[in-house]
Design a protein around this ligand. Structure first.
Ligand code: HAM
Length: 421
């Protein structure tokens, strides 16, 4: 490629999805729609961009996502817009705007779409990446937490991943719960400030919880002795968390309690969880989620308890067992034409098969018999229907089973039935 052409490469941190990978992608999307809708979640689509405040107020002014990673731009009217870095705040915005929360509860929704974060690209980390997510809004009890966690777990297993589920509760914003904990944590961090990595010292005042996410060795060492949120939960949050664990155990979803999981977005309350997978290097989180009981009111709406998760589609595909995502049915019959007259007939046969719901393809490159048979193999078809002058005259095709090699003459009227059987 010349350097001129290279300037038309996809932007850094983005990628093209091409066959055959795109087939697995499509299979994954179909699986998600099946698993989520089967649990009562309905599809939702929100815009790719939102008013910036949806994220600054929703996701939080102290999160890395908002302070460092958003693609924010003014439109021609001078409004500040942002490419969505995540889909939870937009879904809550949409639910409030259309008053879905005034109807039957819980509101249960799922989505699949691109998200944008300006992070340093590496394996499993992109600037445009795709998330599957579900959100359940309106139900306060632990049963919906268990449902959400279980649905994500089951989906990942069906996609060919054996996820490790890490579970925590980060309490709620009250003096006898997370606020009290924050004070204890800040005291501890102050006492060890000199031992923290330089870049983590600033977090003591802005977002002390986030120091648990630091990858700096010095900070990690300090955090190993830090007080843990689970020791500070109020009675209600503790009971809620116990309830979630009991329900997950009852349905056989294995989990590991991990009091150091704090999540990277500011809206979380109570239940917080992550699904981890091997084979991904440092970007080993295939998904994460939690409760966000305060998000709706942060966006100016009513109090609306809610929980959800998002799973990284790009990472699932990297980590998933190759065999687990079978592509859809695609082409079943490849119609091979010998000669010009037969080529016209092949087009009619292909069109008829497609109209009957049978995947069919034919040659468009003027290949000979051998070339067409090779192309039939490439197409993934199970059958080749060969039309030569003889078959043409008799109103038949030579139907060849491409797996067994067996072939028989069948009439055009019989072709559909034979292929289906
Ligand atoms: P999150 O943990 O920021 O949560 O992202 C969820 C998942 O998206 C991650 O576990 C990862 O698999 C994937 N992901 C995130 N950033 C990237 C990236 N740069 N490249 C590739 N994959 C990435 C949320 O976004 C929350 N909205 C989840 C949620 C829904 N919480 C409640 N409801």
């Amino acid at each position: 490629m010349s350097s001129d052409q290279r300037s038309f490469g996809a932007p850094k941190g983005t990628r093209d999805l091409l066959p055959p990978e795109s087939w697995r992608w499509e299979a994954l999307a179909r699986l998600a729609a099946d698993v989520f809708s089967q649990a009562g979640y309905a599809p939702v689509e929100t815009p790719i961009f939102e008013h910036t405040e949806v994220f600054s107020r929703g996701v939080g002014e102290t999160s890395d996502v908002v302070t460092k990673q958003m693609y924010t731009f003014p439109d021609k009217g001078g409004r500040s817009l942002t490419l969505r870095p995540e889909n939870t705040a937009p879904v809550v915005r949409a639910v409030l705007e259309h008053n879905l929360h005034r109807g039957p509860l819980p509101v249960k929704l799922y989505y699949f779409g691109p998200q944008f974060r300006q992070e340093r690209p590496q394996k499993g980390r992109y600037r445009q990446f795709f998330q599957f997510g579900i959100e359940a809004l309106g139900a306060p009890g632990p049963a919906v937490d268990a449902e959400v966690v279980e649905v994500g777990y089951r989906f990942l297993r069906a996609a060919g991943i054996e996820p490790v589920l890490k579970l925590n509760s980060i309490g709620h914003l009250a003096d006898d719960c997370r606020i009290g904990y924050n004070r204890a944590l800040v005291d501890y961090l102050r006492a060890h400030e000199g031992d923290l990595a330089e870049e983590d010292r600033g977090r003591i005042d802005t977002n002390p919880l986030r120091t648990f996410d630091s990858k700096e060795d010095r900070t990690v060492a300090v955090m190993s002795g830090a007080p843990l949120i689970t020791e500070y939960l109020c009675a209600d949050c503790k009971a809620h968390f116990d309830g979630v664990q009991e329900l997950l155990s009852a349905v056989g979803v294995p989990f590991e309690l991990e009091p150091r999981i704090v999540r990277g977005l500011d809206y979380y309350t109570r239940t917080a969880f992550e699904y981890l997978s091997g084979g991904l290097g440092s970007q080993n989180a295939v998904g994460g989620g939690g409760r966000y009981d305060g998000l709706a009111s942060a966006l100016g709406g009513d109090e609306l308890p809610a929980i959800g998760f998002a799973l990284g589609a790009d990472r699932i595909l990297l980590a998933a067992d190759e065999g687990a995502l079978a592509p859809g049915r695609g082409v079943e019959v490849y119609v091979v034409a010998l000669g010009d007259e037969a080529a016209g007939r092949a087009f009619e046969i292909v069109t008829r098969l497609r109209a009957a719901g049978i995947g069919a393809e034919l040659d468009h490159m003027g290949r000979g018999m051998k070339g067409q048979m090779k192309d039939a193999d490439r197409s993934g078809a199970r059958w080749a229907a060969i039309v030569g002058p003889e078959e043409l005259a008799a109103g038949e095709v030579m139907l060849k089973n491409l797996t067994s090699g067996e072939q028989t003459r069948v009439s055009l009227d019989d072709l559909e039935r034979r292929v289906r059987s």
